[in-house]
Design a protein around this ligand. Structure first.
Ligand code: NCD
Length: 394
């Protein structure tokens, strides 16, 4: 029955993931557990190809012709800067026309239209719906609505979750993984100095190697309600022998939730929980900072003055000085007081590059959803091999 999703929402994640794909390809992107390592690698490699093509006028022209004459709706009823803008930039880069609704009081929802009716209307006008909502399940329900419409022979379009309640933010996790991969892909340039750097790091930090396996990832801040943390932790659990350290203020609100703890346990991830960054900072391979998600305190009636001591999850220049020399500092942003701006010039501060990576990863994901990935791979190979031959005089 249309609009009845309770059973599907309660189903095991494996079954839910299966219902969100068709013919071996994702048809909607709702949660991070839909990705396995092969798909992660594919999207990340595609993102690099998009990035390289976008550097050149001919590459930009090619990208802009990939999905033209199609339209995307950005339905963002929760505040957003980076996710909204980078999705828009990514869509436009691929030739999609974009429209947006950011304030439901300016749409017919103000006149009492149900959100489901609105979503269904969007699917009549648009070819892709990218959505962010304070309601944790809305993107997932919208995907089931699209599946039901398709089954009834009606028009249905892909849904991408751009952030759902305090639950998931799968595309942020994709760009975080992409950023981590770039940070730990030390010799990809193939230059002698890159190999020298790797040798130096291996000598200084025994056990260090390239790639995401075998590393210690530290999340600090409101790891309980930060949806980016939940989504990224799921993706990191796909890698071998990883340790996840969660540093949060000593209060249940901020600690990781039981469902995530359980999932990580089942995935054989080593999990440590701490209350102060200074207990772990020396030995982490990647630091993922997050803000305190105060907007959720409105519902619990907790006033800012009632917050516990948060200093344990604030990064300071002194802590940064103790970090390993290669450890990237990530932050999904917006930041509050947890990273002082004086840290921004440290070469390990990766958060602005991380945000820019969102454009490439989101363009890659949209291209994949529209089955345009092979076109990108082919064009990239033809383009760069030809240039290579040309440069060699061939
Ligand atoms: C995050 C979000 O909205 O979940 N921001 C983002 O999309 N980059 C993080 C946050 O709001 O704290």
């Amino acid at each position: 029955m249309l609009y009845d999703y309770e059973d599907r929402l309660a189903a095991p994640v494996r079954l839910k993931a299966a219902s969100l794909q068709r013919d071996g390809r994702l048809s909607h992107v709702i949660f991070s557990k839909q990705f396995d390592r092969d798909l992660l690698d594919h999207v990340c490699d595609l993102a690099t190809k998009v990035r390289e093509l976008a550097r050149l006028p001919e590459g930009r022209e090619f990208l802009g012709s990939l999905i033209n004459n199609r339209r995307a709706m950005l339905y963002f009823t929760q505040p957003s800067t980076r996710t909204f803008l980078s999705f828009m930039a990514a869509s436009q880069m691929l030739g999609l026309d974009c429209n947006e609704i950011r304030d439901p009081s300016l749409s017919s929802e103000y006149k009492g239209e149900s959100t489901y009716d609105s979503i269904r209307m969007f699917s009549s006008y648009f070819d892709l719906i990218i959505m962010r909502s304070p309601k944790a399940r809305l993107a997932e329900e919208s995907a089931y609505l699209m599946n039901d419409l398709r089954e009834s022979g009606m028009r249905s379009v892909p849904i991408i979750n751009g952030g759902s309640g305090a639950d998931e933010h799968p595309t942020q996790a994709l760009l975080d993984i992409y950023t981590a991969r770039r940070s730990f892909d030390i010799t990809s340039s193939g230059t002698p100095s890159a190999f020298k750097k790797l040798e130096h790091l291996k000598a200084k930090y025994p056990g260090f190697d390239e790639g995401l396996d075998g590393k210690t990832y530290c999340f600090a801040g409101d790891v309980g309600r930060g949806r980016t943390v939940r989504s990224l932790a799921n993706l990191l659990s796909l890698y071998e022998n990883v340790t996840l350290v969660f540093v949060s203020p000593d209060d249940d609100r901020y600690r990781i939730q039981d469902d995530l703890r359980q999932r990580l346990h089942e995935a054989n991830v080593t999990v440590r929980e701490e209350t102060r960054l200074d207990a772990v900072i020396d030995d982490v391979d990647l630091l993922y900072m997050t803000r305190i998600q105060r907007e959720w305190d409105k519902d619990t009636g907790v006033a800012p003055g009632e917050e516990p001591d948060l200093s344990g999850v604030h990064l300071t220049p002194e802590l940064v000085a103790r970090m390993r020399e290669y450890t990237p500092i990530l932050h999904p942003f917006p930041r509050n007081e947890e990273i002082p701006t004086s840290i921004d010039t440290d070469p390990r501060a990766m958060y602005f590059r991380q945000a820019r990576n969102g454009i490439w990863v989101r363009a890659a994901l949209i291209a994949y959803l529209f089955a345009k990935d092979t076109d990108i791979v082919r064009k990239h190979s033809r383009f760069f091999n030809e240039r290579h031959r040309y440069n060699l005089g061939g």
